[in-house]
Design a protein around this ligand. Structure first.
Ligand SMILES: C[S@@+](CC[C@H](N)C(=O)[O-])C[C@H]1O[C@@H](n2cnc3c(N)ncnc32)[C@H](O)[C@@H]1O
Length: 302
């Protein structure tokens, strides 16, 4: 399946429009992937520059031949450090298109797909030590339950955790097929595809510490964005969207409205739209990955 498109960008025009690009500005695409958003940003730049992060080394092969773009093969949680180290104090816009690329799903050896057999890996970066196998084979029952409940929103999280604990005594659960097989007794007869997608999603989020990395990134954006700079985020599930909404409305991850000494609301960012922008039906029809996408845009207050 390697010759499939690397990734079809989601909400391409509205997200790039959200950056409100000035041709000589500095922008960061923290999730380069197949480069769809980055290439669109480059089209609008003149002497400006673009710094593109992706922790998956596979993404690098999509780099366009353009010396205005600098690729950083690191986790975006290191964005501020990287920029500071390179003498960049402020940027005019940051775009994050969260989650995994279609390429990552399509390569069986990465272990992201529920449809094909592969090693129980799910790491976006090969530098990570935590694989899905390690989680399934070593986490306590409580930790597994919490993970499936929180990140997979699975009602039978407790049963899944119990089943894994019993079965891992008998076999090494080290492939996606073996995982599906051991979970058969707790898999609903109808809607099994949805169930497995949620199980895999929970594991993937845990393996890559996706929420933690996102929270760290969001906090840094406040410091790094220049006045009037834009933060543009496309998220794909409610846990991601909640923290994005919170930071854009209140400047903190919990969404607590805080006041300064004089009683004025502290609002480092101003949401540009009241409601998130979602793909229209024609985009969803041609790209099913767009189904759950939500785009939020905010502007750095002066
Ligand atoms: C949905 S894809 C982005 C697709 C891209 N916008 C395009 O148009 O092709 C998400 C990408 O972000 C990368 N990624 C996810 N979390 C990351 C993180 N914490 N640090 C760096 N890259 C990350 C993934 O490896 C993946 O390639």
């Amino acid at each position: 399946m390697e010759n499939e498109a690397y990734h079809v960008p989601v909400l391409l025009q509205p997200s790039v429009n959200g950056l409100n690009i000035s041709p000589n500005g500095t922008y960061v695409d923290v999730t380069f992937g197949g480069g769809g958003h980055s290439i669109e940003i480059l089209k609008l730049l003149d002497k400006g520059r673009l710094i593109a992060f992706d922790q998956d080394p596979d993404a690098k092969k999509n780099l366009p031949a353009d010396d205005r773009i600098l690729f950083v093969d690191q986790n975006f949680r290191f964005m501020r450090n990287f920029l500071q180290f390179n003498g960049i104090t402020h940027v005019d816009g940051i775009l994050a298109d969260l989650g995994v690329s279609s390429h990552q799903f399509n390569v069986d050896a990465r272990g992201f797909s529920t449809r094909t057999d592969g090693p129980l890996d799910m790491r976006m970066s090969q530098n990570g030590e935590k694989t899905a196998e390690k989680i399934v084979m070593t986490y306590t029952e409580d930790r597994l339950k919490q993970m499936f409940w929180l990140y997979g929103e699975l009602k039978n999280a407790g049963k899944i955790a119990r089943q894994l604990l019993i079965k891992r005594e008998e076999i090494k659960i080290n492939t996606t097929e073996k995982l599906k097989e051991v979970l058969l007794p707790v898999t609903p007869r109808y809607d099994d595809y949805r169930f497995l997608a949620q199980v895999f999603q929970a594991l993937r989020i845990e393996v890559n510490e996706e929420l933690k990395a996102l929270e760290e990134l969001l906090i840094q954006t406040i410091e790094v964005l220049a006045p009037d700079g834009r933060l543009v985020v496309i998220s794909y599930h409610s846990l991601e969207d909640r923290v994005v909404k919170n930071i854009m409305r209140s400047g903190n991850l919990k969404g607590q409205q805080e006041k300064d000494f004089f009683g004025n609301l502290i609002r480092p960012l101003e949401p540009v739209n009241r409601k998130p922008i979602v793909p229209d039906s024609s985009e969803i029809e041609t790209n099913s990955r767009a189904r759950s996408a939500k785009l939020r845009v905010a502007q750095r207050n002066k």
